[in-house]
Design a binder for this molecule. Sequence first.
Ligand code: DOR
Length: 438
Amino acid sequence: MGSKKYDMVITGGRVIDSALGFGKDAHLFIKDQKIAAIEANSPAIQRVLKTFDDSQIVNAEGKLVVPGLIDVHVHLREPGNEGAETIESGCRAAAAGGFTAVCCMPNTHPRIDSQETVKFVQDRAKNKDARVYVAGAITKNLEGEELAEIGDLVKMGAVAITDDGYYVQNPAIMRRALEYAKMFDIPVMQHAEDSLLSKGGIMNESYQSTRLGIKGLPAVAEEIAVLRDIALCRVTGSRLHIQHISTKRAVEAVRQAKKEGINVTTEACPHHFVLTDDEIGKEFNTNLRVHPPIRGAEDRDAVIEGLVDGTIECIASDHAPHSTEDKDAEFDRAPAGMIGLETTLALVKTYLIDKAYLSWADAIRKMTINPASIFGFQGGTLEVGSVADITIIDPDKRWTVKADKFRSLSRNSPYIGYRLSGKAATTILDGRVVFSGK
Ligand code: DOR
């Protein structure tokens, strides 16, 4: 051992790897952009550490050292809406939030429904502060009418297909999409919101929507969409991934489908386990407008239960940047979506871990090895030989969300002013520090 053998060492942290099933105090050594060794403290290791230059040491005392976090649902807005976000700024936001890898959605302009657009995003994502995986479209122009050239998209490197933002309303097209995806062994990600039932809806259909006189988006639109796709998946044997699940009955449908052995996975977003639609009438903050909408307490609790019992494997942000000009409108005229890359980790800590719903190991699993395994990404583990994508977390750091601190180009967060706990201290991508909270 010795400093020549390694490029960097992360010392004194508590290393958590949900894939390998451990949490232990250890030093983590990096060489050639790979995890080279994980060693418990000892006099011999202390002697080795003395041979390192200060510049090679990242001190993680009092911190958690975990695999780089992975977010399978982000909107990077490039090409087409670079005022709201670029791939570069989105990756900077990811790194600041502790994410080393993101999967971007195809609802850009133009849509990511061709080899050229996949390639464009991949080229723009080179040498940025996070890895960018690309989800291609299910249908051309996300119009739900004609399948995109799925084989071409996969050949170019698309890791999944989705029409996110839109539900594939036509079941025959969805069935074909599932069959194609099966041939290429990729998941179909579904924005599960029946468009006929939810047409014109602005917020959750509830007591609150009635009180406020705002047109509702009914929970049954999600339930029907999820049940239909599970039925299709039962027939095709394909891999279905339900995006941003938000209702009690949808969670229950997925739970039952899993029991039956159907290959369905799902993700939950912080706003569906933190917020309820009671918030909307307070200030009509347009950053609370989102699809699927923030629901009532019963649905929020069911999402938490799904996270606790493993029905929901992934936590994803659905980072959806919109410019301040666009969001500065009446509630029903503002575009739906909120940014999330820089607040997800702290919301998980404050609302799931501190409330004892999840342990750190459970939470990290849903943000590392689970998404990595479902989507076939590298990383997600600190196993020796793995890529050196690492997040160092200050687990109890108290901080206030401030608009001017976001790395994202957009400011559309409903959490501005929230006091949260837990923050990424250092983010390492390919053995290179891409974010340091200092
Ligand atoms: O609120 C949302 N915004 N939900 C989506 O599915 C799309 C996203 C966006 O692109 O703004």
